[in-house]
Design a protein around this ligand. Structure first.
Ligand SMILES: Cc1ncc(C[n+]2csc(CCOP(=O)(O)OP(=O)(O)O)c2C)c(N)n1
Ligand code: SF4
Length: 288
């Protein structure tokens, strides 16, 4: 039976503000998974804390709402335990590039086969509008009333130099384009970062839908752009100050879980524990 978008919609009404970019991300994710024919019971969405983190409650699949910044270790554990599942990690810029930024580096270099969708609104939405790691310099917020003065984190470049094998950027105002990018990211065997410009209509009055429509360029449809060229990807990101959408970088190398010693042919989740009650008692006795 064909998998349709309706499968990923639930009766739960999202608590996002009307117009929040995260609606577009959730819609695009549903379209992407449906287009690949993956049923909801084979998908796990692992999310962090933030407005963005609510996606795991609203998306019609299995979901885990984890701690702030701890999306990727949890998603990695799910994938290692059952690699037959499609694992989507999802969170905000504060969650992923602030408190969770170390996990991004390690998930990228390990090449765990998960898709990490970051809803980047350049602000802390849930905690009502503080500066985030991707806030533009000069942007006035509750924590920086005279304007942010720190260098922002550059997520695409960071992911590429950390070893990510798929790095892309989308815009939640272009749901069809984002759905295509997400489908490619999910199909990709390895760690895929998809940073999504997802406007916070309540607390960020600078990086609006209109601002993105005026500012963004795309590598999609550019015949001279080669996404397998790492240096070209970094140059394009630098030249556009990160305001570029599409699949920026794509390469192949073995995934983390395919190289883990001890993991056999079958996913860990379906293997018998292999320990009798007596074995377990002997084992526990060693720790007494
Ligand atoms: C350990 C910890 N520190 C701080 C917080 C408070 N907190 C909750 S959400 C959040 C930031 C959310 O911003 P972002 O990740 O950008 O998500 P958004 O709400 O904008 O989608 C913070 C600091 C927390 N929940 N846990
Ligand atoms: S506060 Fe911002 S990020 Fe949070 S739901 Fe509202 S618009 Fe979306």
């Amino acid at each position: 039976m064909a998998v349709v978008l309706e499968e990923f919609k639930t009766s739960v009404k999202p608590t996002w503000c009307p117009g929040c970019g995260d609606f577009g991300v959730m819609n695009a994710l549903g379209r992407a998974v449906a287009s690949l024919g993956i049923p909801g019971h084979e998908v796990v969405v692992v999310s962090g804390i933030g407005c963005s983190g609510k996606i795991s409650q609203h998306f019609g699949a299995y979901g885990i709402h984890t701690l702030h910044g701890r999306v990727l270790p949890t998603a990695t554990a799910v994938k290692v335990a059952n690699r037959s599942l499609t694992v989507i990690a999802a969170g905000g810029d504060g969650d992923g590039y602030g408190i969770g930024v170390g996990h991004l580096v390690h998930a990228a270099r390990r090449n765990v086969d998960i898709t990490y969708v970051v809803m980047d609104n350049h602000i802390y939405g849930l905690t009502t509008g503080q500066t985030s790691p991707t806030s533009d310099p000069g942007m006035a917020t509750k924590t920086h009333p005279r304007g942010a003065f720190e260098e922002p984190v550059h997520p695409l470049a960071l992911a590429i130099v950390s070893g990510a094998t798929f790095v892309a950027q989308g815009f939640s105002g272009d749901v069809n384009g984002l759905a295509r990018i997400l489908a490619e990211a999910i199909r990709h065997p390895g760690f895929a970062l998809v940073n999504v410009f997802s406007p916070c209509v309540t607390f960020n009055k600078v990086n609006t839908y209109a601002w993105y429509r005026e500012s963004l360029t795309s590598v999609d449809g550019d015949p001279d752009y080669d996404p397998s060229d790492r240096m070209a990807a970094l140059s394009r990101i630098e030249a556009t100050r990160g305001l570029v959408t599409g699949i920026l970088y794509r390469s192949r190398r073995p995934t983390f879980e395919s190289q883990l010693p001890g993991l056999g042919e079958k996913p860990l989740a379906v293997l018998p524990a292999g320990l009798s009650g007596e074995d377990l008692e002997d084992l526990l006795a060693e720790f007494e």
